[in-house]
Ligand binder design. Structure first.
Ligand SMILES: Nc1ncnc2c1ncn2[C@@H]1O[C@H](COP(=O)(O)OP(=O)(O)OP(=O)(O)O)[C@@H](O)[C@H]1O
Length: 275
């Protein structure tokens, strides 16, 4: 259902509120849609989207990833399908499949990845909408959306036209980043989208000699951010080589400690999504 109070068309719109969301192609059946958002660039939104998708798939769920980060699409590389292409037939797009059977839709699977996307907002938003309406997602338990960066018109259109069940916020423990991420949190709340909680990425590094966790920023700042925004911490992901090199190691299992963190994050997300 559309959210009239946040819609730019406001009172001038004559649409039936119940029919405001985009229609989904009738060949697909997606049970839950989870957005991964940040507000601030480069904090690990796409990395977390890919890690959550991989983990859910390992748990036996049918998973898809819609790469709505149209101007900086990195999902195909992170999931090891950057050499694949999307098949289009009779106006239906068929997503690429990873080795572990995750369905992936991204602009980089439709065009040369070295070409920039020099498009205005409405065109970008139009493509994201098509990734929802014209893609044969088939049967999915979870569709993860790597959300458009920021809180601008593309993110707004996606939130208003795709029935997202909840969003996971990605942040890093730094005051300035928290301030910007809090804008994305407020945006989701204003759109009546459930915010499942925050993944604190690059939370710490581990000493290679003694395994001690080294935090680069004070816990106080992150605690205050979570408290002020009334958010649950879903997990703290360390800054590690295996994650920064994810695209080169798509077939390799994750480090044990990253795996454990992801297990906890995914189980919290599932609990929230199925509540
Ligand atoms: N936990 C981590 N440890 C090490 N490197 C990381 C971690 N998380 C992300 N990175 C690296 O940080 C960079 C940015 O990550 P990513 O592309 O996921 O961020 P993003 O928020 O999606 O960025 P954008 O704003 O461009 O969409 C990437 O090079 C990624 O490999």
């Amino acid at each position: 259902m559309g959210e009239c109070n946040t819609c730019p068309s406001g009172e001038t719109c004559s649409k039936d509120k119940d029919k405001c969301m985009l229609e989904f192609n009738s060949l697909s059946n997606v049970k839950k849609i989870i957005g991964v958002m940040s507000g601030k660039g480069g904090v690990g939104k796409s990395t977390v989207s890919a890690l959550v998708a991989k983990h859910l798939s390992e748990e036996g769920y049918k998973v898809g990833v819609l790469d709505a980060d149209i101007t900086g699409p990195s999902i195909p590389r992170l999931l090891g399908v950057s050499k694949e292409k999307v098949m289009v037939s009779d106006n239906v797009m068929y997503p690429a499949k990873t080795k572990d059977n995750i369905s992936v839709m991204s602009l980089n699977l439709l065009m040369d990845e070295s070409q920039p996307v020099i498009w205005r907002g409405p065109m970008i938003a139009g493509v994201v909408k098509q990734f929802w309406t014209d893609t044969y997602w088939a049967e999915l338990d979870y569709l993860i959306i790597d959300m458009p960066p920021g809180t601008g018109d593309v993110a707004l259109t996606v939130m208003q036209s795709i029935p997202i069940d909840g969003v996971v916020m990605v942040s890093i423990p730094q005051d300035m980043v928290s301030m910007i991420v809090s804008k994305a949190v407020s945006m989701a709340k204003q759109m009546n989208i459930n915010v499942y909680g925050v993944v604190e990425n690059m939370s710490y590094i581990k000493c290679p000699d003694c395994d001690k966790k080294i935090k680069l920023f004070s816990d106080e700042e992150s605690d205050k951010f979570l408290q002020d925004m009334d958010l649950e911490l879903l997990g703290e992901l360390p800054m590690v080589k295996s994650v920064s090199g994810l695209e080169k190691n798509t077939d390799k299992p994750l480090d044990e400690d990253v795996k454990e963190v992801m297990e906890n994050i995914a189980s919290k997300i599932l609990k929230k999504a199925t509540n």
